[in-house]
Each structure stands twice: as structure tokens, then as C-alpha cells.
Ligand binder design. Structure first.
Ligand code: C5P
Length: 295
């Protein structure tokens, strides 16, 4: 078998409401998540054992990497005793809230499904369970197009196609400062927060239903993320920049997921070059910025 190459897209949470804490320590959420026409590429070929190489030297390639976690979970669930040599072309920044590690893990599951063949195939439901076990953000990458995510991330539904069309194809600028935000840290801030940190589930559902039910409401009217306040309180460079972008360019930038990446939907006449200059002026030259599209 020749080398398989699988695209692992980045994601954005256009709407993210953390609605409460669960007895198991995880959080309940309601989110609208889109995938981007920007991401990593995972190459995989059959081998005696599992191994991983990556072109980003800072990324761990041991068993802490979600690609190898996914591979071991696949082998355990199917009883397959083969292996694969994975090579990752890393483009999605880490510690960004862009789902890079989770997307890579699902790309590994897709690759292994083909390498292991039909004798070791999982049903769609089983594949979903393996993905959810690897990470809360993994199941969404098994779905095409914009999705609604509930539970701790394992309950995925599609948006009605007419509604998804309001999002798909939109041009978006994704940008990230030189620092990362750890997801467990961000959730821990919410858990330690004052009353009112969480958005009540019924309020979140009403907010989302109102947007879905109004065909005239653009993607901009959906944007929401209640993980922003605790992140903005510590990482003040984020709100300072987002406020500058709002004031100078009339944009509505938001943070994605638990950060530190942010994004803004672009209009045809958005002065993207000036915006990127403002990002570099405020956050320094280590800033990451990419123009892409919602798929
Ligand atoms: O599921 P995953 O391992 O990706 O989650 C990483 C961490 O993020 C968890 O250990 C937990 O602290 C937090 N988390 C959470 N609620 C979620 C998803 C993640 O509290 N729904």
C-alpha cells in the first residue's frame, strides 16, 4: 500500500456556551463548530509498529501525542495488531483552541481504518466512541460541515443545510499571539469562577435557536464565547487587540474555544493587509495570521 495522505482541518467555535460542570469534572457545553480550509496533513503507511515523525520540533512525538493515543485506541477497539508510520505536516498552531491535536487524531483513525481493512472496520458508532475516548473535540471531526456540539463534546448534530449555508464559504482571518492557553487551565478558571460564569443551558439553547430560526441573521450574529472573560483577565493582550480591531476596522473578532487563537469573519472589502499590520504592531512579529474559509 502506498502512503496515505489525509487532510486534518482546523476548527473554530463560532458559538461556545459552557453551561455547567459535571460530576466527572468535565463541562457541559453547547457549541456551533465549523471546519476550515486550513489544516495539517497526516501521512500514514503500514509498518510493524506505530511511530510518529513531525516537521515541528516542539511537538512531542511520544505516546502523549493524540495521534499515537488514537492509534492505540483503534488497535484496542478492533483487535488489529498491525502498525503504521505516521508523518505529520504541522500547520495548525498548538495551544490555540483550533482543535489541531484532535483533528490529527481523527485523521489517524481514518488512515488506520483504510490500512487495517474491512476485517477490522469499526461501525460508525464504534468509531465515534473511540474518537470521544481520545478527546472531547475529536468526534466533531468525524462529521462533514458545520455541526452543533453538546454534552462534553460527544453529542454531535448537523445544522439544517439551509442554516449551514449561512456559514460555509465565509472568509475568515485566524490569528494567534506568540503565547498559548492550556485547555485544562481555561476550564479550571471557569470552575473556580463566580456565579454567572456559566451560561444556563436553556438560555444558551434559546440564543442558538433564535439565530437558527432567523434566516436574515448573518454568521456575525451567532458569535459568542463565554470562555473569553477568564482568558481575557489573565492574557490582557487579547482584549486589547480585539478592541483595537473593533475600533479601527469595525470587525467583530472573537476567541476560538479556550484560546489563544482569535478570528474575525471578513467582508469582501476588509483591508486584510492593514489588519495583519495592526496584529504585528500590537503582538509582535511572532504573531500567526492566516486567511482561510469556512468549509
Ligand atoms: O477531552 P480532553 O482530554 O480533550 O479535555 C482536556 C481537558 O479540558 C479536560 O481534562 C478538562 O479539564 C477540560 N474539558 C472540560 N470539559 C469539556 C472538555 C474539556 O472540562 N467538555
Amino acid at each position: 500500500m502506498s502512503v496515505l495522505s489525509i487532510f486534518a482541518p482546523a476548527k473554530l467555535n463560532l458559538f461556545l456556551a459552557i453551561t455547567g460542570r459535571r460530576a466527572d469534572g468535565y463541562h457541559e457545553l453547547l457549541s456551533v463548530v465549523v471546519k476550515l480550509d486550513f489544516g495539517d496533513t497526516l501521512h500514514a503507511e503500514p509498518a510493524a509498529e506505530f511511530s510518529l515523525r513531525c516537521d515541528a520540533p516542539e511537538l512531542p512525538v511520544d505516546d502523549s501525542n493524540l495521534i499515537l493515543k488514537a492509534a492505540r485506541a483503534f488497535a484496542a477497539a478492533t483487535g488489529w495488531n498491525g502498525g503504521a508510520r505516521f508523518t505529520l505536516e504541522k500547520k495548525i498552531p498548538t495551544g490555540a483552541g483550533l482543535g489541531g491535536g484532535s483533528s490529527d487524531a481523527v485523521a489517524a483513525l481514518r488512515a488506520l481504518t483504510r490500512i487495517a481493512g474491512p476485517k477490522h472496520a469499526l461501525s460508525p458508532g464504534e468509531l465515534f466512541q473511540v474518537a470521544a475516548q481520545v478527546g472531547s473535540d475529536c468526534p466533531l471531526f468525524l462529521h462533514e460541515g458545520p455541526v452543533v456540539m453538546r454534552g462534553r463534546g460527544e453529542l454531535i448534530g448537523n445544522l439544517p443545510s439551509g442554516v449551514a449555508r449561512r456559514l460555509s464559504g465565509r472568509r475568515v482571518l485566524v490569528f494567534k499571539p506568540g503565547f498559548e492557553i492550556s485547555t485544562p487551565w481555561a476550564y479550571a478558571q471557569l470552575a473556580a469562577g463566580a456565579p454567572g460564569t456559566y451560561l444556563a443551558a436553556d438560555v444558551a439553547e434559546k440564543q442558538l435557536a433564535a439565530w437558527i430560526g432567523n434566516p436574515a441573521a448573518p454568521a456575525e450574529a451567532l458569535l459568542f464565547n463565554n470562555m473569553e472573560p477568564p482568558a481575557f483577565a489573565k492574557f490582557v493582550a487579547l482584549p486589547v487587540m480585539l478592541s483595537e480591531l473593533r475600533g479601527r476596522f469595525g470587525m467583530q473578532p472573537r476567541m476560538s474555544g479556550s484560546g489563544s487563537a482569535c478570528f474575525a469573519l471578513l467582508q469582501d472589502d476588509s483591508p486584510a493587509a492593514d489588519i495583519e499590520d495592526a496584529l504585528r504592531a500590537g503582538w509582535g512579529t511572532s504573531v500567526f495570521a492566516i486567511q482561510t474559509r469556512v468549509t
